[in-house]
Design a protein around this ligand. Structure first.
Ligand SMILES: [Zn+2]
Length: 292
């Protein structure tokens, strides 16, 4: 069984999972020709599917407990889940109380990163499929009741207005952050503690944010959805359908991976196989992500 904890200097990192989802590569990366995947077949199931973990990470830094992302939750929109809604039981199994969390850091406002922001009295965690109008009863209660939730300002503006606001998970899991005054909007690079800071990596969404951990000369980056497939460690120009600005995301990805490689930092990904801790290595001219 892999080790679900790691350390970066004085920062302790615990990998959590809310389940997993699956895609076919031609659906997820429609601009990548099928044969271009040939060097990366080992990343697929025997049926040729990509399985993505729904990883979240709990950091302990300078007395603060920080949770990065809150998973997909129970209502999954159009996504094809293998396994879902596990985050809270996983936290409990790993000995973490919800009330311990001081800061929730959101990489971006897509459905699979905010799903457990709120709980509802009526048992569900949000208002049904993201594409349908669902009536719900009960008041939203912050799942992490002692935390402030950090959301990038550019994402907030885009996802709380216009067509995106109509997706059911936005009023259920996002808008109550402001109504309940637990929202911390941020821009650019901001310190959460002396060791953990936000790192803008736009393109997947306008305000997409990675999280940089730097302590005692060691570094790690939680990359959010700046990268989805291990193949992108080499093929940084491959941008998935979900990237709102594919050219911007490709540039962010290229710069981020160069920085991680140059800094000898750990690359921590919630969508790579759990627990998602790894480093970049070079082998026969290709750059790979290797689990540690
Ligand atoms: Zn995602």
């Amino acid at each position: 069984m892999p080790d679900y904890t790691t350390r970066v200097g004085n920062v302790e990192i615990l990998a959590l999972s809310d389940g997993s989802i699956r895609f076919t590569p031609d659906d997820f990366f429609p601009s990548v020709p099928a044969e271009a995947w040939d060097p990366y077949r080992e990343y697929f199931t025997p049926e040729g599917e990509m399985i993505m973990n729904l990883g979240c990470f709990l950091l302990r830094s300078e007395g603060k407990t920080i949770l990065i992302d809150t998973g997909l939750g129970i209502d999954t929109g159009h996504l094809d889940t293998l396994d879902k809604g596990k985050l809270l039981t996983d936290m409990e199994a790993k000995g973490v109380g919800r009330g311990e969390v001081d800061i929730v850091g959101i990489t971006h406002l897509h459905i699979d990163h905010v799903g457990w922001n709120f709980l509802y009295d009526d048992g569900g965690d949000s208002a049904g499929s993201q594409d349908s109008e669902v009536e719900r009863s009960g008041e939203p209660q912050a799942t992490f009741g002692n935390a402030r939730y950090w959301v990038n300002n550019a994402d907030w503006r885009v996802f709380t207005r216009g067509a995106l606001r109509k997706r059911a998970y936005i009023p259920a899991q996002v808008l109550p952050l402001q109504e309940q005054d637990i929202l911390e909007l941020f821009e650019g690079e901001r310190q959460m503690t002396g060791e953990v800071s936000t790192l803008p990596t736009p393109g997947h969404t306008p305000g997409h944010t990675s999280f940089l951990i730097a302590s005692q000369g060691e570094r790690a980056v939680i990359t959010g959805d700046a990268i989805h497939s291990r193949a992108q460690a080499q093929e940084t120009h491959w941008s998935p359908r979900a990237d709102s600005k594919p050219d911007v995301s490709a540039e962010s990805r290229k710069n981020l991976l160069e920085r991680i490689e140059n800094d000898n930092a750990m690359l921590i990904s919630g969508h790579f196989p759990a627990p998602g801790f790894g480093t970049l290595v070079r082998l026969e001219g290709r750059r790979y992500w290797q689990a540690v």
